[in-house]
Design a protein around this ligand. Structure first.
Ligand code: UTP
Length: 307
């Protein structure tokens, strides 16, 4: 087995959070959608916790307008901390302090929301010539499922880039980037596949599979040169999927090419649109020991009152 050189280690996480969040307007008019609460934590905190759990403590957020709440959330809050301390409210004090100690969080502005690919390109200077993770704030992966760690381990074992894939019903594939895959060489994990082609949001009849790309990536730094040459694609945006397609099909492995996928079969919560956001909040609240025992019976009663 090849030794992992320090430069091959994945140590940085990039979290693009500069989208307009139009599906949540007007809530997202002056607040980033990543700040919407999932029970009692903003979604972005769950994502930073996931990165930190996978060993990534250098986090770069790509932000746009209204970045203040994101910056403030990961900063310390001496006044609030003092007030909680004076009241002896150690539980809430710990919760407040924890969010500012999770990771070193840096910020860079995207300027204009020209697409996810462009947002990732804004991380080039901070990341440099090392592989890095990208986590999207509207895809939440359950803390009990170590998807990101598995993706990092796969990258460190075979190089190239790694994306997370999810089997979705054919009628939903038009909402995602879609991967054409073949099995990885014998002897590798059953859930890992080689990506031979990618299409952004294909029509159901043109989709090469039902494997959708979800919001976790471990990328080779070769992606930056590719993104710099990627023209606007679907929706007039610079698409990360288009750059991944080039890495998968045109760049040789010795130049940082090659893309593999891990088919994720764990718990994922999509908080990108109103319905799935509400479903995620209810599911997670029902599982909480402080809320579930009261919420679940209430929900049953409430549902019984509906037609
Ligand atoms: P979405 O496709 O969900 O777009 O972006 P959006 O603007 O956030 O939300 P809607 O569709 O208008 O409701 C996927 C991810 O890419 C980031 C978003 O912040 C989100 O995490 N993104 C998208 C950027 O950072 N910059 C962009 O230019 C576009």
């Amino acid at each position: 087995m090849q030794p992992i050189l320090p430069s091959d280690r994945v140590a940085k996480a990039v979290i693009p959070a500069a989208g307009l969040g139009t599906r949540f307007l007007p809530a997202t008019k002056s607040t980033p959608k990543e700040m919407l609460p999932v029970v009692d934590k903003p979604a972005i905190q769950l994502v930073v916790e996931e990165a930190a759990t996978a060993g990534l403590r250098d986090v770069l957020m790509i932000t746009g307008r209204s970045k203040r709440p994101l910056e403030d959330h990961f900063d310390s809050t001496p006044e609030l901390e003092r007030a909680l301390q004076d009241k002896g409210d150690t539980e809430r004090l710990e919760a407040v302090v924890a969010s500012s100690r999770l990771a070193t969080v840096h910020f860079v502005r995207q300027g204009e929301p020209l697409g996810l690919g462009h947002a990732v390109l804004c991380a080039a200077d901070h990341v440099g010539n090392v592989p890095f993770a990208v986590l999207l704030g509207d895809d939440l992966i359950d803390a009990r499922d170590p998807l990101l760690s598995e993706m990092i381990a796969l990258r460190e074992r075979i190089g190239g880039s790694v994306v997370a894939l999810l089997e979705v019903p054919p009628e939903q594939i038009h909402l995602y980037g879609c991967a054409a895959v073949e099995p990885l060489d014998a002897g590798t994990d059953g859930e890992a596949v080689r990506i031979v082609d990618l299409v952004e949001k294909p029509d159901r009849d043109d989709a090469p599979s039902n494997l959708a790309i979800i919001g976790r990536y471990v990328l080779d730094p070769a992606v930056f040169d590719v993104l710099a040459d990627t023209p606007p694609g679907r929706g007039g945006e610079i698409q990360l999927t288009d750059a991944l397609r080039v890495l998968a099909t045109e760049i040789s492995p010795d130049k940082g090419g090659g893309v593999t996928g891990i088919v994720f079969r764990g718990r994922r919560y999509d908080t990108g649109d109103k319905l799935s956001y509400l479903q995620a909040v209810v599911r997670l609240a029902c599982e909480r020991s402080d809320l579930g025992p009261t919420l679940v019976p209430w929900l049953r009663e409430f549902l019984a009152t509906l037609d």
